[in-house]
Design a protein around this ligand. Sequence first.
Ligand SMILES: [Zn+2]
Ligand SMILES: [Zn+2]
Length: 426
Amino acid sequence: MKMYHVLFAVLFLSPLVYCAPHEIKISAELENQVIDWRRHFHQYPELSNREFNTSKYILSQLAHLELEVQSGVAHTGIVALLKGAKPGPTVAIRADMDALPVTEQVDLPFASKQTTTFNGQEVGVMHACGHDNHMAVLLGVAHYLKSKQANLAGNVMFIFQPAEEGAPEGEEGGAALMLKEGIFKEKPDAVFGLHVTNRLHAGQIGYRKGPLMASADSFEITLTGRQTHGSRPWDGVDPIVAAAQVVMATQTIASRQIDVTKAPSVISYGAINGGIRSNIIPDEVKMIGTIRSFDQDMRADIKERLSFTAQTVAKAQGAHAHVKINHGYPVTINNPELTEKMLPTIKRAAGEKNVIEIPLVTGAEDFSYYALETPGVFFFLGITPKNTPLDESASNHSPRFYVDESALKIGVETLSALALDYLQSN
Ligand SMILES: [Zn+2]
Ligand SMILES: [Zn+2]
């Protein structure tokens, strides 16, 4: 009897409480508007923590939506809240705002001609990572969801975030600073975001459950020995041989010391500098490098092991190693339950065959900070034209990075669907 009742409830009552998932198709008018926004951002890019005009422009385009707007967050950031007509949870959606010191080589009527000074050099400025698209898509989502406000059960927080590429030397910025300034004081229940990529074709979406992008920490090792004649090494302490041993020994952290079945990791050296002449053993060698990992505990462990290994290997040679670790972005982790739950929404919005599970990405993202605070899903939106082979497309950060704008519509529809479905299901 009991079983029968359950069945009855499932078969007959559930349609009464279950609302059909949102079918989202934005109008041609909104799509054109999104493309116009993107072209404006593209033509007038600004570097990290210098997104002054970008910020003003976003504010002007949000003005008539009557959102609760906070500006000047983390220097130039904006947080805008859309309050639904009915109570419910809050979802956050994030777009980053900054461009790169790259001189554009794409022949477009709206190509960037902007220049500025960066690290004492005159440089071109370009949205070579595609953050212009992220901002335009988020403006599109804000406009689309505003039109649904009367039916919205909950709130949507739009985060326009400066300095994803990293704040200038000596400055704070990005997601970490926005959080430090309290944008999650009232924590949203979920956070979504996307990044455009040349590694997928326009129309495609790349997703992954659990760790998606690596943590990125950099390090500086200074090895101090004692300078002497190259013909008489026993009179001094050779920091070059010590450096060679440190390089090799630290490679065994990933290959011999850490559980390779748990997650991969990478230690790479980017520069080794020391010495001046063939027959002088120098006093000092400086080395810099980067650490990537896909697990927050492993990340902490690797950093400790790197310091320990460098110090003890140097000591065995009579040299001294000073290790400085610069803590960078955490691992970007897509909450497994939330990813599972929202995957049907992504597939419905972008088309089942266009949604692809992608391998781990060893690049890093400061979206990771939000996703450590509240369940997050971050995914990739393809922008390479369908007739361009992926291995011939220019990568993000290239002066030839090119975006097929037909992808923008899919970005707006997918993020809008995620917000609406999430709010409806809670
Ligand atoms: Zn980038
Ligand atoms: Zn980027």
